[in-house]
Each structure stands twice: as structure tokens, then as C-alpha cells.
Design a protein around this ligand. Structure first.
Ligand code: CTP
Length: 400
């Protein structure tokens, strides 16, 4: 969730400032880019050197860098951030924020920030309980700033009670949950299929195809990044998911894939069938390895069930079904035929005549045709970017 997120982390003068070191480490580990801004008082509790080493960025304290004469532009910092986190925030800085005072770089960045702001208070029990502090917190909440509440426990003064800054792990979990809430496909369940199927001939041989699974895995990753709950049914492949939380179901044959799809399909909002399912399977599977013979070997094949067509017949109101068409000739005509025959909301067409499209490559060139026969052709792109185009279209249909 925090991957590539730009975070301004404000650190104030409080004994809890030492926890900023683990907080920076956890945020960076989660893939965030962290710009630390400290109040002058905070530097008495933890050194800028510690936090710049962990964040791999110069820590900013003053409006200008006295050595280089450069100005630390608070407006730019406020615009750069995806969100601002002030942890720990002292009673003093809370009061300044609530009243729009900007007598240091951190409070000036706060006033310039257009992004969501989170604050994690840290102070002694009596300061925390004081009506002025509570009033300041309400004031910040009225500006839509979000508090990460302090915990209970032993305080630096020796008092026991509320006021301890939330632990760095709890702050990271809080932010992760908040970001998730803002994602466009949160609470949506989506089924994606990927890879080839293998149709057994005997215990050692099978009929397969060249599908690498890259496209389907990229789609599953993209949906997960958009907050969806993803079920990925995949044939044999070396691919792995980049996003966490994707439920992976491994299958081998077209019959296995049909069974798995039927199990999950009824509960999902959308299904993207990108697997290269075998159209034919051997009538008989030899229980023993077939031995070499003098004569030629004929393997009788029967048709597999068209999974996409079956799902199209069962589609309920509001459900979105997407198929793929990999064509070599009469591309659009064939794709439209599949779109209508299989009751799809849209079909993703790729032609083997386009260089860089199809199986095994890292790129793809697609045309999306929807059920109004509206056509959108995209440039040759990396499969992750193609996945974004496909998932964006699904998200638009879900919202519509
Ligand atoms: N598909 C499926 N079940 C099958 C075969 C294909 O669900 N047994 C799905 C694929 O996942 C893909 C779409 O159908 O989304 C198109 O696959 P394709 O094999 O190209 O289409 P067919 O309808 O089988 O037509 P043809 O083989 O004649 O091109």
C-alpha cells in the first residue's frame, strides 16, 4: 500500500522522537519515499543525521540551508507529498497547527499541504488531558486532519496513562488501512484467470500452449493495487504475484479451471478470463507411460467446455465479464463474434500480427471492444501498463 508513496514526516520535540527512527525505517521498508522535516526542538532528542541516514534524504529543519544558501521551499514540499504524517506531534506544535501559526519550517509545510494530514500526539498525561489540548485536537479534526490516537502506558514523567505516541508498527498499520479505504476497488471481489492449461496424455506427457501467465498476473496485481480482493486461478506458470493478499488457486487442466471458476464466479463483481484454456483434451488418458511403437500414434481429442461462454450464460445483473481474443486473421470480426457469443461486457483483442503482442513477450498491444461495439486501440505497452488500461475500464464499469 505504501509503495512509491511520498510522505512528509514531521518530527517534533518530544521524548517519543526517538521512535521516529523505527518509523522511518518501516516506511522506507514498505517502499515509501520519506522526507523528514524536524522542528528545531526535535533535533535535541534525535539527530538529523540518524533520520537522514534511514530516509536516504537530507533532513530539513530550517527555511534555508546556511551552507548552500538554498531555500527549503515549504510550498513545494506541501504539494510534493501524497500525505503528511506528524509523529510525534507535541502539545506545542498541535497548538500552532490548530491556530495557523507558522514559526518554523514544519508548521509552514503543514499550512501549505494540500494532501491528507495524519498526526500522532505524544505528551504527558496532564498536558494530554488539558482542555486546551483537547480543543486543539478537535480543531485539527475539523480541518479533516486525522489523529492516530496515543496509547496508554508509562510516560517519560513517570505518570501512567494516555499520551504515549502510538508504536511505529501501529502507525504504519493505521496508514495502510487509511490508504486502502481510499482505493477505487475496495470491497470489490474480482476473479482473474491466467496461464496455460495442461491436458494430460499419460503420466509424463501433456498438450499445452505457450502462455506465460504474465498478462493475467499483471492484471491480478493491478486489481490488488486498486484495493480489490483478488482470486487468481492459474495454470502451470513460473509467475509470482507482486502484490500481497491475492488468493492464488493453482490448477492444471481445463476441467480443473472450469471447476475452480464455477466455485468462485457467483460471488465476484467481475471476472477477467485471460487464461489460454485448451480447446481440446485427450479422450483417454493412459494410466501408464505410452511406449514407443513402430507405428504412428493417434490421440483422439474431445472439446473442452468453453469456460467463458459458461460464465456468460450464468452472468447475473451487475456482474462484469471480460474475455480475451488472440487472433491471426479477421481480428475484429472474430473478436466481436466472441464478445457477443459469450455475453461479455468487453473483449481484449490482441493480434499475433502485431510485433511485441501475444504470448511470452513483456509487452502487448490491445484493442478493447465493448458490448456497444465501441473500439479503443492502445499503443504497444509493457504488460503492467496494459493491465492498468484493462483494470481502469473494469473500474469504470463497476462505478457506472
Ligand atoms: N476460453 C475459455 N474456455 C475455453 C477456451 C477459451 O474460457 N475452453 C476463453 C479464453 O480464456 C479467452 C476467450 O475464451 O478469454 C477466447 O479464447 P479463444 O480460444 O481465442 O476463443 P475460442 O472461443 O475458443 O475461439 P477460437 O479458438 O475459434 O479462436
Amino acid at each position: 500500500m505504501l509503495q512509491n508513496k511520498k510522505i512528509v514526516l514531521g518530527v517534533c520535540g518530544s521524548i517519543a522522537a526517538y521512535k521516529a527512527a523505527s518509523l522511518v525505517r518501516l516506511l522506507v521498508k514498505a517502499g515509501a519515499e520519506v522526507q523528514v522535516v524536524m522542528t528545531p526542538d526535535a533535533t535535541g532528542f534525535i539527530t538529523p543525521l540518524t533520520l537522514s541516514t534511514l530516509s536516504k534524504k537530507t533532513v530539513l529543519v530550517e527555511y534555508s540551508n546556511t551552507e548552500t544558501g538554498e531555500w527549503n521551499n515549504h510550498v513545494e514540499l506541501g504539494l510534493w507529498a501524497d500525505f503528511m504524517l506528524i509523529a510525534p506531534v507535541s502539545a506545542n506544535t498541535l497548538a500552532k497547527m490548530a491556530n495557523g501559526q507558522s514559526d518554523n519550517l514544519l508548521t509552514a509545510v503543514y499550512l501549505s499541504a494540500k494532501c491528507p494530514v495524519y498526526f500522532a500526539p505524544a505528551m504527558d498525561l496532564d498536558m494530554w488531558k488539558h482542555p486546551a489540548t483537547q480543543q486543539n485536537i478537535r480543531q485539527l479534526q475539523s480541518y479533516s486532519n486525522i489523529m492516530i490516537p496515543p496509547g496508554n502506558g508509562e510516560l517519560a514523567s513517570g505518570l501512567y496513562g494516555e499520551g504515549r505516541m502510538a508504536e511505529p508498527e501501529a502507525i504504519v498499520s493505521f496508514l495502510t488501512a487509511e490508504i486502502k479505504k481510499m482505493l477505487p476497488l475496495v470491497n470489490q471481489k474480482i476473479l482473474v484467470t491466467a496461464g496455460p492449461t495442461y491436458e494430460a496424455i499419460d503420466p509424463v506427457r501433456f498438450i499445452g500452449n505457450h502462455s506465460s501467465g504474465k498478462m493475467g498476473f499483471a492484471i491480478a496485481d493491478q486489481f490488488a493495487a486498486m484495493g480489490a480482493e483478488v482470486i487468481l486461478i492459474t495454470g502451470p506458470t513460473a509467475q509470482t504475484s507482486q502484490q500481497s493478499g491475492i488468493k492464488r488457486v493453482d490448477i492444471t487442466s481445463a476441467a480443473d479451471m472450469l471447476e475452480a471458476c464455477l466455485q468462485y464466479y457467483k460471488d465476484v463483481k467481475a471476472c477477467i478470463m485471460s487464461a489460454a484454456v485448451a480447446d481440446f483434451t485427450p479422450v483417454n488418458v493412459s494410466p501408464q507411460k505410452i511406449k514407443k511403437q513402430d507405428k504412428d500414434l493417434n490421440i483422439e481429442l474431445k472439446k473442452t467446455t468453453d469456460i467463458l461462454k459458461t460464465l456468460g450464460e450464468q452472468k447475473h445483473k451487475g456482474q462484469i465479464l471480460v474475455g480475451f481474443a488472440l487472433e491471426t486473421n479477421d481480428e475484429e470480426k472474430n473478436a466481436i463474434d466472441k464478445l457477443q457469443r459469450k455475453n461479455l461486457d468487453f473483449i481484449v483483442l490482441n493480434s499475433l500480427n502485431d510485433e511485441g503482442a501475444g504470448f511470452k513477450t513483456d509487452t502487448n498491444k490491445i484493442t478493447i471492444i465493448d458490448h456497444h461495439l465501441q473500439k479503443t486501440t492502445f499503443q504497444l505497452k509493457n504488460k503492467n501498463e496494459v493491465a492498468k488500461d484493462i483494470c481502469k475500464k473494469v473500474a469504470e464499469l463497476i462505478k457506472a
